[in-house]
Design a protein around this ligand. Structure first.
Ligand code: GDP
Ligand code: IMO
Ligand code: MG
Length: 427
């Protein structure tokens, strides 16, 4: 038995897709536990670049099963589009399995997502507008529709009728927006269900059977710890638990069944959307990171906010996830700098603190305390082993390791599948 969790240690887009794809060379199954099409995971191979939103990043290996767990909010149209795109590129998607317990994104969810964002005005979260928040709110409020409800026409018709009545009242009476047509939704989603039916399974049973059979399983988290509904910079967060615990819950795996938990971190940090960001860099160097790192959203194309590695936030994430190790990506993006600031703590009201604070307002006011590490000003993207990295880059990795408090076992030095250095632990 071997279960490895891969999760984001920062504000997302750390390279979870790339790390999962690399590890999936030795996996039998990859499970996606949370999130929706708000995620964008990039995998770059000789066959080209793949931007995955719902399909797990094991799909490029023909023998790897790909499971979308109960904790995911599935937008059927988006999933079908993704499957079609993969098929058109010669990838067999019959191995994609979707939990019958997964909640479904319905047409009113993205509409409400947009209306709620408009309502927030200057305090908008900057959501991906995929309907993620409203879909999870309905799930927790027990107004959600799950795939299992929709594949049975009787429950689909009954449940939608009740829920849509309430949604249409909200749309028309609160937001002054147009009502949605029930029969249109029924017809559209019946067609989606027919298409997805061969993929719908009892995913948690499939996963547990795989564990019993001694298969190697990877759980690929979406979003990241600092976007967590409880531990992130609330309310500037997503609506799930993108932590190791959430990964267990969303895939139907118990904590004691997990062998390794790998936190993926960039060698710097980025954030898309609103919310506190203590180490954000507004000057030219922030732009250099954005351009060199191609820091534009995989799902929305929005420019990502960029900044320096945030040690306290990284260590906090490592602790609440109980990480066993770290994959540090995008080291190559820092190749140009002569000096690299690294945040080792914050100053808040004159006091030194070394954890993110709960209040978004207060967290937005903390001042980063920097240590300045020597840059290497050399191209690292062609390194074949750790020793090929300049001593300053090795020192940088060691310092990050000290700040996170966990061993760095993988180092990303470029976007392609082969641009990864392994250090220590074997896959
Ligand atoms: P995810 O959401 O965590 O899977 O990350 P994204 O795919 O949204 O964003 C990460 C971006 O960085 C993608 O464009 C990757 O191709 C790219 N990437 C991943 N690792 C590295 C790396 O080590 N170096 C460079 N230059 N790019 C990387
Ligand atoms: P991956 O898996 C980066 C951010 C949004 C917004 C907040 C809430 O690719 O790392 P939501 O649509 O979830 O309600 O938006 O969360 N966000 C992400 N940022 N990477 C992601 O996913 C994200 N998924 C959501 O930008 O600030
Ligand atoms: Mg992403």
């Amino acid at each position: 038995m071997s279960v490895t969790i891969v999760i984001g240690g920062q504000w997302g887009d750390e390279g979870k897709g790339k790390i999962t794809d690399s590890l999936a060379a030795h996996a039998d199954m990859v499970v996606r536990p949370n999130g929706s099409a708000n995620a964008g995971h990039t995998v770059q191979t000789d066959a080209g670049t793949f931007k995955l939103h719902l399909v797990p990043s094991g799909i490029l290996y023909p023998d790897c099963d790909c499971v979308i767990g109960a904790g995911v909010a599935v937008d059927p149209a988006s999933l079908i589009e993704e499957i079609d795109e993969l098929n058109s590129r010669g990838i067999n998607t019959s191995r994609v399995m979707i939990s019958d317990r997964a909640t479904v994104i319905l047409p009113y969810h993205p509409i409400i997502d947009q209306l709620e964002e408009n309502q927030r005005g200057d305090h908008s979260i900057g959501t991906t507008l995929k309907g993620n928040g409203p879909a999870y709110a309905d799930k927790v409020g027990r107004r959600g529709l799950r795939l299992a409800d929709m594949t049975d026409e009787r429950s689909f018709v009954d449940r939608l009728h009740v829920v849509l009545e309430e949604k249409n009242q909200l749309l028309t009476k609160v937001y002054g927006s147009a009502a949605l047509d029930e029969s249109e939704i029924l017809e559209q989603y019946a067609a989606y269900m027919e298409r997805l039916a061969p993929h719908i399974v009892q995913a948690e049973v499939v996963v547990q059977d795989a564990i019993d059979a001694g298969k190697r399983i990877l759980i690929e988290g979406a979003q990241a710890t600092l976007l967590d509904i409880d531990y992130g910079s609330y309310p500037y967060v997503t609506s799930t638990s993108p932590t190791a615990a959430g990964a267990c819950q969303g895939s139907g795996v118990g904590p004691c069944q997990v062998d390794r938990t790998i936190g993926v971190y960039k060698a710097y940090i980025t954030r898309v959307g609103g919310g506190p960001f203590p180490t954000e860099e507004h000057d030219d160097r922030g732009e250099v990171i954005r351009q060199r790192g191609k820091e534009f959203g995989t799902t929305t194309g929005r420019p990502r906010r960029t900044g320096w590695f945030d040690g306290p936030a990284a260590r906090y994430a490592a602790r609440i996830n109980g990480l066993s190790e770290v994959a540090l990506t995008k080291l190559d993006i820092l190749d140009e700098f002569d000096q690299i600031p690294v945040c080792v703590g914050y100053r808040s009201n004159g006091e030194f603190i070394d954890n993110p604070v709960a209040s978004a307002l207060r967290y937005g006011e903390v001042e980063p305390v920097y240590e300045y590490l020597e840059g290497w000003q050399q191209d690292t993207s062609g390194a074949q082993k750790m020793d090929d990295l300049p001593p300053q880059a090795q020192r940088y990795i060691e310092r990050i390791e000290e700040l996170i408090g966990r061993p760095v076992t993988y180092i990303g030095i470029g976007p392609s599948r082969s641009q990864i250095l392994e250090r220590g632990v074997k896959v």
